[in-house]
Design a protein around this ligand. Structure first.
Ligand SMILES: Nc1ncnc2c1ncn2[C@@H]1O[C@H](COP(=O)(O)OP(=O)(O)OP(=O)(O)O)[C@@H](O)[C@H]1O
Ligand SMILES: [Mg+2]
Length: 308
């Protein structure tokens, strides 16, 4: 399958000598939702800015829908919509003139019907004649999305689209992003809300210290790196953990009422059957039990090892 974005060997050293990207290879599949995760300063915005032609790479190549972003800048840029992390727009303009102007920047013929559709889908239609400065923070973010969609891009970058956005609007945005994907748009988003990636993404990339440390299907990632934990609530508390259980990696809670067993859900033998037999043989009765699957968040924290 051909990649809609192909970044190879991308490095970036800023003017002050800081190397923000250390040879990034990233290939995005047409029609996917790709979530790029990484701690503050990892290089997410730098990478997106390079792909969108806002920042020049120090070395490496990037193709957007087959167009080289430096040799064939205009064609590459017109396939891409960018919702930047920082709001950047003229606060004195109205919503309507802002999106109309954005479309014009890409040399596209006026298309009021398209702009109306975009504004309606973002619940901004009734604000179309309002000046940006008179909008709430969340509405301003939606205007940034409307701007990015004004020229009908095939690829949409969302850099922290839901930072500072209320829960309801976040849900609406997820819906909108899914709708866009259904219409054939490829979406790359960065987020610090890992539940957002867990909910939305087909694939996950993790960047740390200017290097991509992992790219994986979300489902595979969660299966491969996710651990499962079995908690057993006991009928009678134990005063001490029997040695044969301790040998098998079982732990006992402070209060003696809960046994916890961590296992690999992928493994041939999870060990649960053996554990239950041992409890039975030891006369330990169980009142209740739950299993817990680690979330993407737990996997991420383990991968990134706290703050970079
Ligand atoms: N114009 C610049 N000049 C020098 N260094 C820069 C510049 N822009 C970014 N950097 C540095 O490059 C590194 C990566 O920054 P970048 O904005 O790409 O991170 P990020 O992953 O988007 O972080 P965040 O999650 O905080 O948005 C940081 O150490 C940052 O200080
Ligand atoms: Mg950033």
């Amino acid at each position: 399958m051909q990649s809609i974005i192909a970044a190879d060997g991308v490095t970036k050293t800023y003017a002050n000598g800081f190397q923000a990207l250390k040879g990034v290879d990233l290939h995005i599949r047409p029609g996917e939702i790709f979530a790029l995760l990484g701690p503050n300063g990892a290089g997410k915005t730098t990478l997106i800015s390079i792909i969108c032609g806002i920042v020049n790479a120090t070395s490496g190549t990037v193709l957007a829908d087959g167009h080289d972003i430096s040799r064939d800048y205009r064609a590459a840029r017109s396939t891409i919509g960018l919702v930047p992390q920082e709001l950047s727009t003229d606060l004195w303009e109205t919503v309507w003139s802002t999106v109309k102007f954005s479309r014009g920047l890409f040399g596209k013929a006026p298309n009021p019907a398209h702009l109306e559709k975009v504004l309606r889908s973002l619940s901004l239609w009734d604000k179309k004649d309002t000046k940006i400065m008179a909008l709430s923070g969340g509405m301003k973010r939606r205007v940034m999305i409307a701007k990015a969609l004004s020229h009908e891009p095939r690829i949409l970058f969302l850099d922290e689209p839901t930072a500072g956005v209320d829960v309801e609007l976040r849900r609406d945005m997820w819906e909108m992003v899914r709708g866009l994907r259904a219409s054939g748009v490829t979406i790359i988003l960065t987020t610090h809300y890992i539940e957002e990636a867990e909910e939305m993404a087909d694939r996950i990339g993790v960047i740390r210290g200017g290097e991509i440390i992992l790219v994986e299907d979300k489902a595979v990632l969660m299966r491969k790196l996710g651990k499962k934990r079995l908690s057993l609530q006991l009928q009678q508390p134990l005063t001490a953990l029997p040695a044969d259980l301790a040998d098998n990696g079982v732990t006992l809670s402070e209060d003696g009422e809960t046994l916890t067993y961590t296992f690999d859900a992928q493994g041939e033998d999870t060990g649960i059957a053996g554990l239950l037999r041992r409890l039975e043989a030891g006369g330990i009765d169980i009142k209740d039990m739950q299993t817990h699957q680690s979330s993407l968040e737990e996997i991420f924290v383990e991968l990134v090892g706290g703050r970079a």
